[in-house]
Design a protein around this ligand. Structure first.
Ligand code: HEM
Length: 516
């Protein structure tokens, strides 16, 4: 980049089509050649309020700052303005955002938390930097092309044991070096896990995020909790090292949440040593990449979960959903697939327990990411209403816009506070206690959170206007959010069913002697 210094008067004379300069945030750009390639057209650049002048405000009203960081546009800088410094400072990798409400209070300078300790703070710092530097660029590149996360990202995640950590605390972490030794397996608790889930959301591409760990978070727990020692010793190291991938295969075209309506069947061979599996599975996150499928099957005794490796007779086809194919969402067919009975997860006929046992955890993970993605949208809305002018004033001057933002912030703060409370309970309760005491709380939080998220998505689109429905430019993240927000309200139990579950759990726990 040139370090030449110009006065504003020097720049002013370059205001013609054949010689066109502008100032953006104290830098001088020569747009003479670029103007004909400018996606916004030549006319806007030759306008008498722009050509040869300071176009900072006009620029930020129409573009994201990151446009100027693209190598092809960086080259347009020919110098800086004398005695002026840049005012716009994009956060660097790992930085905390200083936009109000962009971070939960525990991360916001000057605020306190009873839950987060030094170990959580150092962990958060390291993981944010890793995500900003390694995952976000790959998400922008591969996510937008519908490609799976790169091998390099998988390898780096495995080095830090991020795959293992994304399943939360537990025996599976024993002996592993986590985040280069920054946190020990013994001290790793649900707050570390909350941080992992929430930071990952910031990569900005929902489908890509699911492509990285979506299949693993729901597919591996049945193996960890119900697989034989031999099976665990084989599968866990393969998956944690990023060499093999796993998914959960339950839903079918015939039946979704109604597991007893499922038709995929598993029958024993005559010698009783193998299962023969036939059937189909639909909407299987990560299925396209999976080497293993934790699969719900109809068996003689009822419903059984079996770990099916990608062997002869297993086929996967991509399903096009509203988000990026990076999630690897698949239609899976099992055609006379032969699997050893040792691959049975949990008791034969006891599959419903295997599936139900991870539901709370799955829903809690979804609450973590839903809470964080709402905050991500709030940050973008706050920036937008501050920099965008309409009717001669910033959008923030409009009371209707402020009312929408007020409601968004209130919902996000309430969700995070409730989530942190539940997480604290998880730190102190046994798995069994969690199942009885937190199932209702988590179900209600998930229902509330996903409903709030949809309202926030709708309001954000209204605030961004046409940009909120455009897949590129300033509103791209809003459009993406609006398009994919309903995922959380469906997966892991749909919104109304969960709200109802929360109340049914409360009624079940009513003291018999309690009357008005
Ligand atoms: C270094 C200077 C500039 C560069 C590199 C640049 C680049 C771009 C790019 C890449 C887009 C496509 C949309 C996006 O990705 O955000 C765009 C759109 C646009 N630009 Fe620029 N631009 C520059 C300066 C300006 C200036 C000074 C104006 C003055 C008003 C302007 C007006 C517009 C308009 C009106 C659009 C269309 C926006 C839309 O579709 O929403 N640009 N520009």
């Amino acid at each position: 980049m040139s370090t030449k210094v110009f006065t504003r008067q020097d720049v002013e004379s370059h205001n013609q089509a054949g010689d066109l300069w502008v100032i953006i945030d104290s830098k001088v750009y020569d747009l003479t050649k670029f103007k004909d390639m400018h996606p916004g057209g030549v006319g806007v650049l030759l306008h008498s309020d722009v050509a040869g002048l300071d176009a900072t405000e006009a620029f930020y009203g129409l573009h994201k700052g990151e446009v100027l960081d693209r190598p092809q546009y960086k080259r347009l800088v020919i110098g800086t303005v004398k005695d002026e410094e840049p005012l716009v400072a994009p956060p660097g990798p790992g930085d905390i955002s200083l936009v109000p409400y962009a971070e939960p209070t525990w991360l916001t300078p000057g605020y306190y938390s009873p839950y987060f300790k030094e170990t959580h703070r150092t962990y958060q710092k390291a993981i944010r930097q890793f995500i900003d530097e390694v995952i976000t660029p790959d998400a922008a590149f591969n996510g937008s092309r519908g490609k799976r996360p790169s091998t390099e990202v998988n390898e780096k995640m495995a080095e830090l044991n991020l795959f293992a950590m994304s399943l939360g605390p537990g025996k599976h972490l024993k002996g592993l070096k986590l985040m280069n030794g920054l946190v020990t397996p013994e001290e790793f608790d649900p707050f570390h896990e909350l941080i992992t889930s929430q930071e990952l959301v910031r990569c900005g591409d929902r489908g890509y995020g699911d492509g990285i760990i979506g299949g693993l978070v729901i597919g591996l727990p049945p193996v960890i909790n119900f697989g034989s020692e031999e099976l665990k010793q084989k599968v866990l190291p393969e998956v944690f090292s990023g060499k093999k991938f796993i998914c959960l295969a339950i839903s079918e075209a015939h039946a979704g949440s109604d597991v007893f309506g499922l038709q995929t069947s598993a029958e024993k061979t005559e010698d009783g040593k193998h299962w023969i599996i036939n059937g189909t599975k639909k909407w299987i996150t990560g299925g396209m990449y999976a080497d293993y499928f934790s699969t719900g099957c109809k068996t003689e005794d009822g419903f059984t979960v079996i770990l099916i490796p990608r062997v002869e007779g297993v086929e996967t086809k991509p399903i096009k959903t509203s988000y990026s194919p990076s999630a690897g969402t698949a239609y899976v067919t099992f055609d006379n697939v032969k699997v050893p009975v040792e691959n049975t997860l949990g008791p034969e006929g006891g599959g419903i327990f295997v599936i139900l046992s991870n539901f709370n955890h799955e829903r809690w993970v979804m609450c973590c990411s839903s809470a964080r993605s709402q905050r991500y949208i709030i940050e973008r809305c706050l920036k937008w209403i501050n920099q965008r002018k309409a009717f001669g004033k910033p959008l923030a001057n409009q009371p209707v816009v402020r009312a929408k933002i007020a409601a968004m912030i209130s919902r996000a703060e309430a969700i995070q506070a409730w989530l942190e409370n539940i997480t604290y309970q998880m730190c102190n309760m046994s798995y069994k206690q969690q199942a009885s005491k937190l199932a209702g709380q988590i179900a209600l939080l998930k229902a509330y959170s996903t409903k709030s998220a949809q309202q926030t998505a709708q309001d954000a689109v209204q605030i961004f206007g046409g940009r909120g429905i455009t897949q590129s430019g300033m509103g791209a993240e809003i459009e993406h959010y609006y398009r994919t927000v309903t995922f959380d309200s469906l997966l892991g139990g749909s919104e109304d069913v969960l709200a109802d579950l929360g109340v049914r759990q409360a009624i079940k726990a009513m003291p018999k002697n309690s009357k008005l």
